[in-house]
Design a protein around this ligand. Sequence first.
Ligand SMILES: Cc1cc2nc3c(=O)[nH]c(=O)nc-3n(C[C@H](O)[C@H](O)[C@H](O)COP(=O)(O)OP(=O)(O)OC[C@H]3O[C@@H](n4cnc5c(N)ncnc54)[C@H](O)[C@@H]3O)c2cc1C
Length: 471
Amino acid sequence: MPNSYDVVIIGAGTGGYVAAIRCAQLGKKVAVVEKQKALGGTCLIWGCIPTKALLEHAHALKVIRDAKEWGVTLPPATPAIDMNQVQSRKDRIVTGLTKGVEFLFKKNKIDWIKGTARLAGKGKVDIVEGEKQTLEAKEIVIATGSSARSVPGIEIDHTRIITSDEAIGLKEVPKTLAILGSGAVGVEFASIYRRFGSEVTIIELLPRLVPIEDEAISAELEKSFKKQGIKSLTGTKVTKAAAGDNGVDIEAQTPDGKTQKLTADLLLVATGRGPVTTGLGAEQAGITMEKGYIKVDDLYRTSVPNVSAIGDVITLGSGVHPQLAHVSSAEGIVVAERIAGQDVAPINYDHVPSCTYCDPEIGSVGLTEGEAREKGYDVRVGSFPFGVLGRAKMAGEGEGFVKIVADKKYDEILGVHMIGPRSTELVAEAVLALRLECTVEELIRTIHAHPTFSEAVGEAAHATHGAAIHL
Ligand SMILES: Cc1cc2nc3c(=O)[nH]c(=O)nc-3n(C[C@H](O)[C@H](O)[C@H](O)COP(=O)(O)OP(=O)(O)OC[C@H]3O[C@@H](n4cnc5c(N)ncnc54)[C@H](O)[C@@H]3O)c2cc1C
């Protein structure tokens, strides 16, 4: 049968396409149903890739603005950003990567069925829009991802009150930009548009920016944002937002209960994402759901035999499931290997790195100091500032620090938190350290090359034992 497969995967995001490639590598006949015109899902089309491309433009502008410091002479004109060029370069990067996934599908003989999928009973998937047909599958993997959501009382009109989907494609730099929410998406756009020249205000309900990070990281980011001219209104609840022809009128309640009014050209709602299951027929198929998410066990089995789910659309029942591209891909590999009959172990979500590409960057893994204390560890911490590192001085990027949270009793590293240059790269060493249950002593004995940013990690380990060399 031409439309009969070992595995049918619904959604070609970083979860679905990676699962498809791994299934194909393991000898399975695979089809992926994707309704967008390109492969790659949120990460490639609207998320990780376009935002980080824009951040690289913002960084280029920063370096050019500091030309004098670098001894580079420029014509007398003030450096400015050309949004047409920014957008076309970003779009070229996105297209290159989505075409790259298409190439990988061809290489691995994976069929891309263009259309919208709906579960149609045991081992069947209907394509209800696009290339209409019914597919037969021994195994089905749902990887339909997430989409931006708002908060009650704030209606997204996609013109003045926007989500990240619109924020990546702006043709003009807004004069004023208000951002609701200071998670990764909120602070990354704050960095992008502040560098491009917007007046940016971030409004966060919780008492600090990037509230899931270690408190010291939040404080450092707020300090840096203040220096850059980004306003942070923390502990502040937006109660009303009305879009008009000239902008958005926003009302918010400050921590002391007062009402604050502000106006902005655009309001970016960055308050999180919800699961995409509309029209999928998951409930009708008997799949157990929880708050709209598909409930799975630790090897991604749903309540219906031979139907699995991975990525942003799932909940594991307990704890927060991180909505991250690398998490969805890791789950895609586990699910593929399980389907192929391999012996697989559940993912340890305590070892998932969290990277935020704002300026300065944040990289973290494991327990924050507060969490470690709450769990009853006898905690010891050590930090080392990038400011005293030779490599950071050369790069002119001395903000931030690396902080290690460790258990005094066994010297085990419980968490590593960093803010500053290359933190999203440096965190990889910390992830491996946690995975291998490293002690602080082992990190101290690990030789870090000189002069590198990574010396901050080694020095933070020394600092945790009260013996930083360069402090
Ligand atoms: C602005 C932004 C920045 C981000 N930055 C980062 C980052 O730097 N690092 C990081 O790790 N994560 C980042 N993320 C999160 C990351 O993009 C997601 O966690 C990841 O894309 C989830 O992958 P997924 O495969 O679960 O779902 P998705 O990527 O959402 O893919 C789901 C796919 O399923 C398709 N689909 C849905 N329903 C159907 C159906 N019924 N039939 C056919 N197709 C269907 C959709 O069209 C979509 O292509 C960012 C997200 C955003 C919004």
